[in-house]
Design a protein around this ligand. Sequence first.
Ligand code: PMP
Length: 345
Amino acid sequence: MRDLQALTRPNIWNLKPYSSARNEYSGHVARVFLDANENPYHAPLNRYPDPLQTELKGKIAVMKQVAEEQIFLGNGSDEAIDLVYRCFTNPGEDNVVAIEPTYGMYQVCADINDVEYRPVLLDANFQLSANRLLAATDAQTKVIWICSPNNPTGNNMDRNEIIQILEKFDGIVVIDEAYGDFSEQRSFRFDLDKYPKLIVLNTFSKAWGCAAIRLGMAFADKEIINLFNKVKYPYNVNLLTQREALSILQQQDQVSAWVDVLLEERTRLFEAFRQLPCCKRVFPTDANFFLARVTDAPSIYAYLVDQGIIVRNRHKVSLCKDCLRITIGTKEEDDELLVALRNYE
Ligand code: PMP
């Protein structure tokens, strides 16, 4: 068994992190701030934000039913993805294994960090196989990437296969649940105590309607969160983002209502899309988008762009020949798409 230290880059394990002005006093009520070379005018934007986002984490902990020490907040979940590489993989030496196709940033961050990326194809139903993923690992494999519901395929990954990976892989397992709010699948964040090397990702960019504020979450054992906190930029989540997130957290009913409407609209669009002459197949989805195989994805994509309608062309992605990925929009937006495609010849 490799313990967390054995899985961590030695320089990161030994890193003495930057200590920011706002870190160094605690347990005292501060009134006069002459510590951080800020401008005393133009409150509240003149002050550095809370580096550890304590108030926000308190609220997220209640909502997500995890401990505050099990939460990392970043500049989108993309920040957490990059931190996984920077904390656990030695450039030029280690490798990671991932399902294929999946979200592109796992590979981009591997390339940026000079880490070998080992994609393992999903099966014809876009399902993963624990045995095949495990067979792709070796002594230098530090991380396995799973995305569920998966992007771009839209479907949940099989829970029992994921559990087998968690039980058998002696390293970090990341489960990206960016689209989890649209899925019936139970979140793996409830299993953090059982699997100390599990990291679950979440984001405010999808169901929470806050892609613009850039706020992502990672849930993991507190030792992993401590590593992330050592490596992250000191003030990685700005004040405006923290404020906006606190505000949307008070509107959970609104968020649930959006999710309900989108799920209903998903059924409608999915059914209408499959009737289109240009549609060969729609793939089952557990997210706020679906993948569809069409007669000629590159030319249909170009035709839609001409009409001012942008979908995602996934034609060049493994297993996704002639596939478009369609995000569920408002009823009006989706109707525009349907009308345009009915007129496509
Ligand atoms: N994970 C997945 C699976 C995604 O599809 C995306 C965005 N498309 C992200 C993470 C990144 O999300 P964020 O906006 O939180 O960086």
